[in-house]
Design a protein around this ligand. Structure first.
Ligand SMILES: *Cc1c(COP(=O)(O)O)cnc(C)c1O
Length: 391
């Protein structure tokens, strides 16, 4: 286990009380929620309660919440489901070029199956321009799918404005809010959001549970066929304990969101300010203003992101980089390239994502260690030495 965990955008530690309740439910409430006898009814009650808890944080109605096996499944279902259900109306989808792969790869799949997709660019701050969105709309546009907050650079999109444009043009609006739930205020009605994806493990719940909000009246084909679960829209015996844990985690977070966000934001600002000040030739990627409280994405020139990660890991610190070498690809992140960063700069980036369990002491250790690591790696770099000698 890493002593210091700064990768909360990848996943979060499950809350102690959520875990305890989940284990109890797994053991004791083993009935099938579709059964009529007592333990079945108890399981059903857990699902009903979680549905209300998830609906509350979105200001939605419980009947509009459908549980899934992940955030990825919720995104797939929303996009493929709308594409199928509204095929008679058109075949054009608008998204952005900084989406999570759950959205991007689903759109690419649809492109191979007769749909047309517009990938909107983002500005140098990592934000979609509303004018670009308006220009992309065609008579055959059936869906706008733009993420609420980005998982790599933390930028928050102008969701209210996007929802307004979608509504004015009679287009369905889906948003991947996996990073935003519990980190930003969400009101699906005020924001004109028609579908929204979320995931439990990004908000201190268990892995393998997600949910899709679907506005009443929006037609959505089932994604998985079988029994009558989830109003006949998502078959398969429900992950009762996991769903109850999602509801519990969401409710706890909703109650302390402001307090948590303030604490996380203070740590974030301290780390950003100190790193930019102490480490020359470094830059923050993405808007500082329209940004998740817990996200930092910084590039260090003349540094390889992967080397930074390995050296941080040796110090017990977990973080993430903007290159994906460890996952078998040499391409830098599509999100950093979309900001206009060169491959070199994108390769030298580090994502530090802060969560509710991080402390000021951990932040200080991170800053000290990172400063030393960047210095050490640069001293080993011939490019850096050339560069410095020419100054
Ligand atoms: C993590 C994440 C997902 C995928 O959620 P899973 O539950 O891990 O499948 C989708 N979108 C964003 C923005 C994410 O951060």
């Amino acid at each position: 286990m890493n002593k210091i965990y700064f990768d909360n955008a990848a996943t979060t530690r499950i809350r102690e009380e959520v875990l305890r309740e989940m284990v109890t439910n797994l053991a004791d409430v083993y009935g099938n929620p579709s059964s009529v006898y007592k333990t079945g009814r108890e399981a059903r009650a857990l699902l009903d309660k979680a549905r209300v808890q998830v609906a509350n944080i979105l200001r939605a109605d419980a009947s509009e919440i459908f549980f899934t096996g992940s955030g990825t499944e919720a995104d797939n279902w929303a996009i493929r489901g709308i594409a199928k259900s509204y095929k008679d109306k058109g075949n054009h989808i608008i998204t952005s070029n900084i989406e999570h792969h759950a959205v991007l790869h689903t759109c690419e799949y649809l492109e191979k199956n007769g749909y047309e997709v517009t990938y909107l660019p983002v500005n140098s701050d990592g934000i979609v321009e509303i004018e670009d969105l308006k220009k992309a709309i065609r008579p055959e546009t059936i869906l706008i799918t733009i993420m609420f907050a980005n998982n790599e650079i933390g930028t928050i999109q102008p969701i209210t404005e996007i929802g307004k444009v979608a509504k004015e043009n009679g287009i369905i609006f889906h948003t991947d809010a996996v990073q935003a739930v519990g980190a930003d205020e969400i009101d699906v009605n005020a924001m004109n959001i028609d579908l929204l994806a979320l995931s439990a493990h990004k908000l201190h719940g268990p892995k393998g549970v997600g949910a899709l909000y679907v506005r009443k009246g929006v037609k959505l084909e089932p994604f998985i066929h079988g029994g009558k679960q989830e109003a006949g829209k998502r078959a398969g015996t429900e992950n009762v304990a996991g769903i109850a844990a999602l509801g519990h985690a969401v409710e706890l977070l909703q109650n302390e969101m402001q307090e948590k966000n303030e604490k996380v934001l203070n740590l974030r600002n301290m780390i950003i300010d100190e790193l930019l000040e102490k480490i020359p030739y470094s830059r923050l990627n993405g808007s500082r203003e329209h940004r998740l409280p817990g996200n930092i994405n910084i590039s260090f020139e003349f540094i390889e992101g992967e080397s930074m990660l390995l050296l941080l890991d040796m110090k017990g610190i977990a973080a993430s980089s903007g290159s994906a070498c460890t996952s078998g690809s040499l391409d830098p992140s599509h999100v950093l390239l979309a900001l206009g960063l060169s491959h070199e700069i994108a390769h030298g980036s580090l994502r530090i994502s802060i969560g509710m369990y991080n402390t000021e002491e951990e932040a200080k250790i991170l800053i000290t260690e990172l400063e030393a690591i960047v210095k050490r790696l640069r001293e080993m770099s011939p490019l850096w030495n050339d560069f410095i000698n020419k100054q």
